[in-house]
Design a protein around this ligand. Structure first.
Ligand SMILES: [Zn+2]
Length: 330
């Protein structure tokens, strides 16, 4: 996700100007200057005093979501090196995703397509998990799995974390059978190849949304929940202002109920991301995205595995699982 200079910065500054946002913005800014070894604030780690700050809680405490497994998926992705669209490394990752999903018993569809980009025509591939439900209607979860086209950029958090999160969710959800179908999308080509714009970004999600619109599936989607940049050791999540308010409320209320208000803050921010491809087509959609502007490593080679916390992954995974349960009961 991006849009640093024109979109994100002004709104992030605005978020810092509103009275309720003052402490949050300040705290987030301070966080980003901390050393990598600095522990989480006590408030964020209070529920698990015997553990180190980044250790994942036992899966039974996070709805079955295994933060250690999710972390291992991030490590695996990073081991492939930079994974921009059209690269050899992203093909390795596609194979890994499909092998893992098959092992979980997920049924998947792929859409291989060519995208015209400022650096030429690139081969891209969307991967879609489909878990059937009893009634018409689909809950769509999504991530992008490509990484920014930049030397030495391995995207542990940006690309890696949310892909790991969706893999672990697929492991838990593929055997289930709920009221509504759950689909899990792994998008290629979210990142801009040169500079973020409507035409140079979100290639994969635009492709999937267009196909759903053409085939009629777009009307079946009751809710679209996107994860992006969700694994940081110091991650703080802000309400993304272009998202559908009812969905933001549902996810934030869920996070509060689960005791995660220390990382799901009530400040607002704005981010252009894959949810826009669905919002533009009338689908209720939202984005869970960390306050990446202040993490200190966004879109730099420092977005590496040492920035990732199994505990953050577990908390966000728990929020997604419980939010899906909420949506299944509506
Ligand atoms: Zn990015």
């Amino acid at each position: 996700m991006i849009s640093f200079s024109r979109i994100i910065l002004p709104t992030a500054v605005f978020a810092c100007l509103v009275p309720t946002g003052l402490t949050g913005c300040k705290a987030t800014g301070n966080d980003s200057n901390g050393a990598a070894t600095q522990p989480l604030p006590i408030s964020a780690a209070a529920s698990a005093p015997p553990q180190t700050a980044d250790e994942a809680p036992p899966p039974e405490k996070t709805g079955g979501f295994d933060g250690k497994r999710a972390f291992a998926h991030v490590a695996k992705q990073v081991s492939f090196g930079p994974r921009p669209s059209g690269s050899q490394a992203i093909v390795q990752l596609q194979d890994y995703l499909q092998t893992e999903l098959k092992a979980y018993g997920c049924s998947t569809e792929t859409d291989s397509f060519g995208a015209d980009t400022p650096v030429g025509r690139l081969a891209m591939k969307n991967i879609l998990v489909k878990i059937p439900g009893e009634n018409p209607g689909v809950i769509l979860l999504a991530t992008h799995y490509d990484t920014l086209l930049k030397d030495n950029f391995v995207g542990a958090d940006d690309g890696g974390s949310s892909t790991a999160l969706m893999l672990e969710l697929a492991r838990l959800l593929c055997g289930q059978h709920g009221k509504y179908a759950i689909w899990i999308a792994f998008f290629d080509g979210e990142e801009a190849m040169k500079q973020w714009s409507a035409n140079d970004s979100r290639y994969g999600s635009r492709q999937m949304a267009a196909r759903f619109a053409a085939g009629g599936d777009i009307k079946k989607i009751r809710a679209f929940l996107l994860a992006d940049i969700v694994g940081g050791r110091k991650a703080r999540f802000l309400r993304e202002s272009s998202s559908t308010p009812a969905l933001i409320d549902l996810v934030w209320n869920t996070a509060a109920k689960l005791g995660y208000s220390a990382i799901f803050l009530n400040n607002s921010t704005s981010a252009e991301d894959d949810h826009d491809s669905f919002l533009k087509r009338g689908v209720p959609a939202m984005d869970v995205i960390a306050d990446f502007m202040n993490n200190g490593y966004w879109h730099t080679p420092q977005d590496s595995l040492d920035k990732i916390s199994p505990r953050t992954l577990a908390m966000v995974g728990h929020v997604f699982l419980e939010s899906v349960n909420q949506l299944q009961s509506k």
